[in-house]
Each structure stands twice: as structure tokens, then as C-alpha cells.
Design a binder for this molecule. Structure first.
Ligand code: NFS
Ligand code: SF4
Length: 635
């Protein structure tokens, strides 16, 4: 097949529908933007003040400084870390919503929510140094929330954010403090970046970048809070079998997509849909309500409840084009504004739910933790009404979907390993890393981008590394890509894993009664759940008595595009991980910044960025890094 834009077969099947109906998709708009601005691509356009915009000539002929005197290095570094601040703000806002909800649960004011995983709550309390003996679950809930919220409000800059300091190796935490990049307060760190990059402040590119690293560690802190508190509220993911890609949309059902990032609303929508299923049947849909996921909200409900994933970021317009989607409910982040216009070409209700994310063409149903159940009910009613408007002639659901075994939280991974060694679950994993059955570990994360053929690099890199016995973890839209393409199955393990990896995954699978291996790629959850991978890595490092940068562990974001991805990539590097980017970051206008990120930072943190757009080359480079790390451990 002559693939255009995406290797996703479902996308290929729907593109002609878009063309026929003259509906612009993300790929049409990408084309309309060509050629894109070279200054912007290189990061050397500054719009920080209204004397600008200023641009630096990358060939050294024209202006080398902006009107205020900022040179290319200052401009590139400032632009970069403002992106990190935005990423950290997004992730930590997500964490704040969860923590504030949890506090209300503790006070007894949020009837739609309970603590679904009390054991996890206790483990969190223990980690935060909160004594839980003799306390009620409600008291403990409030205390955990309050302690977490201190990471947003502490004013003593000498006291690190608890969720950062207590979740990494002691050595790493000490190093971050020593470099002055350990945040004491997430919000203050975001504000500090905005303030130091205001016109006429920090001009030293390396100092600016250090500010960015601190922002990235703040991002990490917010993500950790999001993941862990969500687990306590909604349950810690455990392996479950589900499906991915547009074929999960059902012709005979009222289909509702949940899209965005925050599980606070989608959890309640799922519960309400199950409870009120008769409403859909009475409306003439024998299949009842069918909830499907998009992007990271999709990943959240997928790993916790096995809700099927309709698609990932770049193809988020496609579920509407099936003509069978009654509602797309969105919360925050990575929601294309184009959805409003496309939904209006169909019977689909686009429903926004957050006061900070409204979209022209959408119906707004305000969601608050106090009225969660009513909002969910209203959303279901809107979907039922939309169903009456569905035009059967326009229904076109690509029958494309793959099975996916998902839900590998750190707890689930350790749990599976404990079937091999109940007393020391990590030991079998370590033994297999030492004996080379597992050469190393790669975490796939991050987005989709129009700058690449959608999903291709994820799939090729995963196959390439698996053949070389690299254990694969995935989150976010990377996980979405790998699920859609059938790599989260036992069959994929048999087809693509090298002999060593296959043997290990089979031994674990058999010990867990799976009648075969674990899937080739372990789906750990949404983007904030990258912290799950960190917690596994930290456990391994602690057991080996080394810091994270010594492990044969790499990260890869082959289609990174969002500011959140910039923040994540930067904290991965700060923690010591060699981190691959398959899209070119907007920093090439400054040699200083480029060198720091791809080389010099290695001497400090042990981590660094590897930029490689060709997936085959990237697989080689990542495997070489894994070999280098193994040699460093005398393996
Ligand atoms: Ni991560 Fe998830 Fe997807 Fe990228 Fe957006 S949905 S938080 S930012 S695009 S992976
Ligand atoms: Fe130009 Fe300096 Fe203003 Fe940026 S801050 S727009 S470089 S004058």
C-alpha cells in the first residue's frame, strides 16, 4: 500500500472520506503550512517583547542579535525553557486537580469519588513519611493530599519537593540539589522560568538551560503526583485484555470518546455509562453505551479498566469521520481545535468540560468535582440526542483493530515477577539482565507529529530493539501507536522478540498462568505514567547499588512535539537517561544549546539527547548506548 501520512490502516481508510466530504484534516493543514519558517524551526525567532519579533540570521550574514542585544544562544535557550515551563504547568495542573479532589474526598465533600486502592494510599503515605497506623482512610486521604499540595506551596527554597526527592535514588536527588536544579515548589519553579526569561533577565544560555532542567524536575514532580494519587483514587492498573484502533467503535452502540488527559471526569463517565446503559438501549442502540479512549485520557481508562483505545494524538479527528461517534468528551491538553469544525460536519457532539479548555463549535458541560455525576449524566443525554441524528448512510467504521494486553503499572510488573521469586521479585529480572537474556530496557514515550509518518518509528524501533532482546515499556501516544499496531500481544512476542527476551517474557507469562509470554511491549499508561517506568528503574538501581545513569536504560520519543514532551525528555536526561528524539528539536540555531543538550550534559547528568530521525539508525544508536552501559557495569 502506498502509505500517506500514517502507517495506520484505519487512517488510510478514512482519508478518502475526508477528501470526498472536503473536510480538512491535520495532514491537509500541515501541507498548507509549507514551507514552514526556518527561523522558528531553529528556535531563533524571539517574540518575548514588542520591540520584536527579532530574528538572528543563521548563516552569520545578517543580524546576529535581537534589538535588546540577545544573541541566538540566549534566544534559543529562552524559547526552549519557556516550553518546559508550559509542559510542567500542564502536568502539574493535572496533578493539582487530582490532589485537590483527593483532599475533598478526605473531607467527605466529593461523593462521586472514593479511595479505590487503600493499600496504595498507605504505600504513598509511607513514602511521604506519613504515619498511617491508627488513622482512618479519610484522615489519611486528606493528609496525603495536603502533603502533596505542599509541593505546590512551600516557600522554603532549601526544602526540596517531597515527590521529587523521595522517588529517585538518593544519589540522584543529591546531585540535583548540588546542581541547583531540585525544585522546592512546582508553581514557583514555573513562575521562575517565566520571570527569568522576561525581557532583560537571564542571558547566559547555560544558566538558562539549568533553569529549564529545574523546570523539568518540577514537571516530573507534578507527574508523579498525578500518577500515584490517581492510582489511590481510581485503582492501580493491573494487566487486562482490550483492543485498540477505530474498529472498537460499534455501529449498534452509542459511541462516546473520552479524550484529553485527566481521569477525573472520564472515570465518572465510565461509571455512569455502565449504570445508565438502559438509557442507550431505550434510545434504540442495542449495544448500549460504548466508551472508547483517545490520547492520554484514553490511556488512563484503558490501563485501569480495559476501555478500548480508539486512536492516538495525530488521528484524533478520525473517530468523528467514522460517522458513528455520538460524542467526544474532552478535558485538557492535546485536543485539536479543529475538532469543533469537524464535529459540526457530523452529528457528533464535541463536549468541553473544563473552564480553561473551551473550543468553538463545542457544547460546554462544566465539570466540577462536586457535580461530577450530574455532568456525566448530562454528557450521556447529549450523546443519546446525537444518536437520533446519526445518518446511517455516513457510517463508515474501518474494521481495523488489534488486541492489546495493557495495564503494567510498576506494581503489576513486580507482581508478575513475584510469581518467579516471591521473596525477591526483582532478582529474576536482574539475573536476566546480567546474563544478557535482556540486554537493556527502552521506554517509548511521547507524541505523534506530522513531521513523520504517523506511528512508523515507534513500530520499527520497537521491532528492531526487541529483536536485540531489549525489554520495551511504553506510555502516552507511543503506547497508543504500539497498541494499534498489535505489538502489545503475546503473538508479537513470539514473532519479534529475540530468543533471550522471548524466554524471559515466556517464563514470566507462564508463571502467571498466561499460557504464553507477556506482550512484547508493556503498556504502563498515560504520559504522566512515565513515572511508573522511573519507579521500576529506581528499584533496579537501588538493588544494584548504582545510580540511574549506570543502567542499560534508554528512553525514546520518536515523534515528540508537545511542550510536555520537551519537559519529560529533559527530566529523563536530568535523571541520567540517554533520550532519543525522532523529530528535530527547535534548537539548532544555537550551537551552544545544541552541544549542551546532545553532548556536554552527559558529563554532568549522564543523560543526553540523541537526535535521529531514521528509525533504523535510531535502533542501532540506542542499542549501542545499551552496550556501552552494560560494559560500564562489566556485563
Ligand atoms: Ni503526552 Fe498525552 Fe499524546 Fe503527546 Fe499529547 S496525548 S501527555 S503530549 S500527544 S503523548
Ligand atoms: Fe527582540 Fe530582545 Fe524583544 Fe526578543 S526580547 S523580541 S530579542 S528585543
Amino acid at each position: 500500500m502506498n502509505l500517506r501520512f500514517s502507517i495506520d490502516e484505519a487512517v488510510q481508510k478514512l482519508l478518502p472520506v475526508a477528501e470526498k466530504d472536503k473536510i480538512q484534516t491535520v495532514w491537509d493543514r500541515h501541507k498548507d503550512q509549507q514551507p514552514q519558517c526556518g527561523f522558528g524551526k531553529m528556535g531563533i525567532c524571539c517574540r518575548i517583547c514588542w520591540k520584536g519579533p527579532c530574528r538572528v540570521d543563521p548563516f552569520g550574514k545578517g543580524a546576529q542579535r535581537g534589538i535588546c542585544g540577545a544573541d541566538a544562544h540566549t534566544i534559543v535557550a529562552r524559547n526552549l525553557i519557556r516550553g518546559i515551563a508550559a509542559g510542567a504547568a500542564a502536568h502539574s495542573d493535572h496533578g493539582r486537580h487530582i490532589a485537590l479532589t483527593m483532599r475533598e474526598v478526605g473531607k467527605g465533600n466529593a461523593p462521586a469519588y472514593t479511595i479505590k486502592d487503600e493499600e496504595k494510599l498507605k504505600r504513598i503515605a509511607q513514602r511521604l513519611g506519613i504515619d498511617w497506623e491508627g488513622k482512618s482512610i479519610r484522615e489519611l486521604t486528606k493528609e496525603v493530599a495536603d502533603t502533596s499540595l505542599e509541593d505546590y506551596s512551600r516557600q522554603d527554597s532549601k526544602v526540596p519537593c517531597r515527590w521529587a526527592e523521595l522517588t529517585m535514588t538518593e544519589e540522584r536527588a543529591a546531585k540535583l540539589k548540588q546542581w541547583g536544579v531540585m525544585p522546592h515548589n512546582i508553581d514557583a519553579t514555573v513562575a521562575e522560568i517565566m520571570s527569568r526569561t522576561h525581557v532583560g533577565c537571564d542571558a547566559d544560555p547555560v544558566n538558562i538551560l539549568l533553569g529549564g532542567v529545574k523546570g523539568a524536575v518540577a514537571d516530573y514532580t507534578g507527574m508523579y503526583i498525578s500518577t500515584e494519587l490517581s492510582d489511590a483514587l481510581f485503582g492501580t492498573p493491573a494487566p487486562t485484555v482490550t483492543e485498540a484502533n477505530l474498529g472498537v467503535i460499534k455501529e449498534d452502540a452509542i459511541n462516546i470518546a473520552v479524550h484529553g488527559h485527566n481521569p477525573l471526569l472520564s472515570e465518572v463517565v465510565c461509571d455512569a455509562a455502565a449504570m445508565l446503559n438502559d438509557l442507550a438501549k431505550q434510545a434504540g442502540a442495542p449495544g448500549g453505551f460504548n466508551i472508547v479512549g483517545v490520547c492520554c485520557t484514553g490511556n488512563e481508562v484503558m490501563v485501569r479498566h480495559g476501555v478500548p483505545l480508539a486512536t492516538n494524538y495525530l488521528s484524533q479527528e478520525m473517530p468523528i469521520l467514522t460517522g458513528a461517534l455520538e460524542a467526544m468528551v474532552v478535558d485538557v491538553q492535546c485536543i485539536m481545535p479543529s475538532l469543533g469544525a469537524i464535529a459540526q460536519c457530523f452529528h457528533t457532539e464535541l463536549i468541553t468540560t473544563m473552564s480553561t479548555t473551551k473550543i468553538p463549535g463545542a457544547t460546554h458541560v462544566q465539570f466540577d468535582k462536586e457535580n461530577a455525576v450530574e455532568s456525566a449524566r448530562k454528557i450521556l443525554e447529549l450523546a443519546v440526542e446525537a444518536y437520533q441524528r446519526r445518518d446511517p448512510k455516513r457510517v463508515n467504521i474501518p474494521q481495523v483493530k488489534e488486541k492489546a494486553i495493557v495495564g503494567f503499572s510498576a506494581e503489576a510488573v513486580i507482581g508478575a515477577l513475584s510469581q518467579l521469586d516471591a521473596h525477591d521479585p526483582l532478582q529474576p529480572l536482574l539475573d536476566n539482565i546480567v546474563n544478557g537474556n535482556i540486554q537493556g530496557i527502552c521506554l517509548f514515550a511521547g507524541c505523534n507529529s506530522t513531521n513523520t509518518l504517523q506511528d512508523r518509528s515507534f513500530v520499527e524501533l520497537a521491532k528492531g530493539l526487541a529483536a536485540h532482546n531489549v525489554l520495551l515499556l511504553a506510555t502516552g501516544c507511543g503506547a497508543g501507536a504500539l497498541a494499534k499496531h498489535g505489538l502489545m500481544t503475546q503473538e508479537a512476542t513470539l514473532a519479534y522478540a529475540g530468543d533471550g527476551l522471548k524466554a524471559v517474557l515466556t517464563a514470566i507469562g507462564q508463571a502467571n498462568g498466561l499460557n504464553g509470554p507477556l506482550p512484547l511491549v508493556l503498556h504502563m499508561g498515560s504520559c504522566v505514567d512515565n513515572t511508573r517506568a522511573v519507579s521500576v528503574a529506581v528499584a533496579i538501581a537501588q538493588k544494584l547499588g548504582v545510580d540511574l545513569d549506570r543502567l542499560p536504560l534508554v528512553a525514546s520519543a520518536p515523534e515528540a512535539m508537545s511542550e510536555k514532551a520537551v519537559a519529560i525528555g529533559t527530566w529523563a536526561v536530568a535523571l541520567g537517561l540517554p533520550t532519543h528524539l525522532g523529530t528535530v528539536p527547535q534548537v539548532l540555531g544555537s550551537q551552544v544549546v545544541t552541544e549542551v543538550l546532545t553532548e556536554k550534559i552527559k558529563d554532568i547528568t549522564g543523560g543526553y539527547f540523541i537526535v535521529e530521525t531514521d528509525p533504523e539508525e535510531a535502533a542501532k544508536k540506542l542499542f549501542a548506548v545499551i552496550q556501552e552501559k552494560r560494559a560500564g557495569l562489566n556485563l
